[in-house]
Design a protein around this ligand. Structure first.
Ligand code: GUN
Length: 287
């Protein structure tokens, strides 16, 4: 068997096109502020891509690039100004922050109504209790991929490998809300392969290149690979791989997301969707 490939790039493109149409019909463009502290090259690429996508959707992108030595007080001051700015609908502080900054304190300072990353404890709590949360972008992207692929969720066994606040825990909440039976496994779980083999749906979000092997997957299962790992190639270059050993797993699974071109493009599309949702809620525009 060879798995159906779930094309995140094209699903994200459709979502972004729909969002652009909806934004064009609004009384004013939503505004997304992205804050980058320091010069981490990967973060700089992410922030640039977010800015491009935001403008393509017809929204305003406000980028704040601060030097690596920015103090926590100055960063909190910027967040306070963005919280108070009526034209800023979404605030995203790119992670990781420099080590002298307390990331939790910074995330906690963002107005939950503008927290388009969905990382604030208020949004995490709302998600866990079935309230109107802003939901983290990558987990939302995973759920849209499952939905678009027509995967039956009610009663399905879902195994999430990874327990981060950004992906593992929130995607487990979303799967639970969709009536899956959910297991959260992680790098310390006993007999991880056996746990994964139970699953109808596997979400791989451990951040370890090609950790999930072909014989961990039940034939026909759906595999969503959240990992983005840069590994060295024999020729001295590098390439991106997921948390899943793609060729092996694709030979067994029923459906699989590629890396790149699977979950990654969905994350940005969901960030734009969250910005639109935040703008509508804050400004009282019809959803
Ligand atoms: N760094 C890597 N992924 C993310 C993300 O989804 N949001 C933020 N704010 N920073 C990140």
């Amino acid at each position: 068997m060879s798995a159906r490939v779930l094309d995140g790039k094209s699903i994200a493109a459709s979502l972004r096109a729909r969002l652009a149409r909806e934004v064009a019909a609004l009384p004013a463009p939503p505004g997304l502020a992205v804050v980058l502290v320091g010069e981490d090259p990967a973060s700089a690429v992410y922030v640039r891509n977010k800015g491009i996508a935001t403008r393509e959707a017809g929204m305003r992108s406000i980028e704040h690039r601060l030097p690596a030595e920015t103090s926590q007080a100055d960063l909190l001051g910027l967040i306070a100004r963005l919280n108070a700015d009526p034209e800023t609908d979404g605030i995203l502080v790119q992670l990781p922050l420099p080590r002298h900054v307390d990331s939790q304190a910074v995330l906690a300072a963002i107005d939950p109504a503008k927290d388009v990353d969905g990382f604030h404890v208020v949004n995490a709590g709302l998600l866990a209790t079935g309230g109107p949360a802003l939901v983290p972008c990558t987990p939302r992207g995973c759920m849209i991929l499952l939905h678009e692929a027509g995967i039956a969720l009610a009663g399905a066994e879902a195994v999430v490998v990874g327990r981060s606040n950004i992906v593992g825990k929130p995607v487990a909440q979303l799967l639970l809300a969709a009536d899956c039976t959910v297991t959260i496994a992680h790098s310390r779980s006993r007999d991880l392969p056996a746990i994964c083999r139970r699953a109808d749906i596997v979400i791989a979000a451990v951040g370890r290149p090609e950790m999930l092997r072909g014989d961990w997957i039940r034939p026909g299962a759906t595999v969503i690979d959240v990992g983005i790992n840069r590994v060295a190639t024999a020729g001295g270059g590098s390439r991106l791989v997921g948390d899943v050993a793609y060729a092996e797993v694709a030979a067994v699974a029923g459906a699989i997301t590629p890396v790149p071109g699977g979950v990654g493009p969905m994350t940005i599309a969901c960030l734009l969707d969250n910005t639109l949702i935040a703008a509508r809620r804050r400004r009282g525009w019809k959803e």
